[in-house]
Design a protein around this ligand. Structure first.
Ligand SMILES: Cc1ncc(COP(=O)(O)O)c(C=O)c1O
Length: 362
């Protein structure tokens, strides 16, 4: 295949072509070193520059205040499900979780292994079609933090109102990182896997409030300790060098687009185009989520039957629109429209949906 497809995968996912091509050009001889970035010492001057630049750009584009430290870790967002309670929870303290879908449920299950974690709101009562309003969240006494999942990648819903419940927030932002500004004043910790809007898999970005860092637990294995990673600029051990290197390029690309507000606008425009079409398709395509809470990144929809869904996904692939199958746990279709998905990709998908509907009546 000579040209690139429109890739709607939920993550790993499409990345900016500019970043990929730049990496390709310099791959075998990085910074005139005679080697690639994945062959050189992570303690050498070339990698050190790459690492520190990626960190600085990350802080700049995310608008991270000075009170926060940035860490580049491994183990995916999944390891954070454990690291957060291991580092933060003290004896007698509790942790509340907004149980908004598949990812929140996993985060809560892991937290229960390490501490007194509880569901502060159960989205199953509304069939996981929306996020909670602040007044619906029930915080128990001695709660250290409330964990929220800003965007449920599988369910296709997102938070539109950050809970104001009198305890600091901890946020899994894996699937809408960098698609809207973060209200830093409400959070003590924000994290996410890189493999959606930030770069390749293998890197997890964690932002932690410095004050909290002073108080983290120290009686855990060394890799699990936030204080160690932060003190060593995320180079306590060998970092995921390739993923960090690419992320630096993605950050540069995002900055060139005009930063978070500009990116958010583009995300809104793409999502609106698709949701409008779905809502006006006479019920042929259906999105069952509460309209207000629909995800801008992961747009889920059903067709009149599972047979038509399978046909739709197969024919879309023939038309170079790939990654449209919904998560195996819920079925249906899902178009993930991350930052690097151009508007033309979403327009092409919409045109294909129209054609498919005309050719395959319910
Ligand atoms: C919202 C959310 N949280 C957590 C995860 C798990 O991330 P990882 O695979 O990086 O462990 C994912 C993965 O898709 C996700 O979408």
């Amino acid at each position: 295949m000579s040209k690139r497809v429109f890739n709607f995968s939920a993550g790993p996912c499409t990345l900016p072509l500019e970043a990929l091509e730049e990496a390709q050009k310099e791959f075998t001889n990085y910074m005139d070193s005679g080697m690639s970035v994945i062959e050189m010492s992570h303690r050498g001057k070339e990698y050190d520059k790459t690492h520190m630049e990626a960190m600085a750009l990350t802080k700049e584009v995310f608008g991270v205040p000075d009170e926060f430290e940035v860490m580049f870790l491994q183990g995916g967002a999944t390891l954070q499900f454990s690291m957060i309670p291991m580092n933060i929870l003290k004896k007698g303290e509790k942790a509340g979780y907004v149980n908004s879908g598949a990812w929140a449920k996993k985060a809560l299950a892991d937290a229960k292994i390490y501490g007194d974690a509880y569901s502060a709101w159960d989205g199953n009562e509304v069939n996981l079609t929306r996020m909670p309003k602040t007044e619906e969240i029930k915080i128990q006494e001695n709660t250290r933090y409330l964990h929220v999942t800003s965007n449920e990648t599988i369910g296709g819903i997102r938070m539109i109102e950050w809970p104001d419940v009198g305890v600091p927030l901890v946020g899994d932002m894996s699937s809408d990182f960098m698609s809207r500004p973060i209200p830093w004043e409400k959070f003590d910790l924000v994290y996410g896997g890189a493999q959606k809007n930030l770069g390749p898999a293998g890197l997890t970005v964690v932002f932690i409030r410095k004050k909290l860092l002073e108080e983290t637990n120290r009686d855990i294995g060394v890799y699990l300790r936030y204080d160690i990673h932060a003190a060593k600029d995320s180079m306590y051990n060998t970092p995921p060098v390739f993923a960090i290197y690419i992320m630096g390029k993605v950050m540069k690309w995002m900055k060139s687009l005009g930063g978070l507000e500009a990116i958010q606008k583009k995300a809104e425009e793409k999502a609106e185009l698709l949701y409008n079409y779905i809502d006006n398709s006479g019920g042929y395509y259906r999105n069952p989520m509460d309209k207000e809470y629909r995800s801008l990144m992961n747009i889920v929809y059903r067709l009149p039957s599972e047979e038509l869904e399978a046909k739709f996904i197969a024919e879309a692939k023939e038309n170079e629109l790939i990654g449209l199958k919904g998560h195996r746990s819920v079925g249906g279709c899902r178009a993930s429209c991350y930052n690097a998905m151009p508007l033309e990709g979403v327009e092409a998908l919409k045109a294909f949906m129209e054609k498919f509907k005309a050719e395959n009546p319910a």
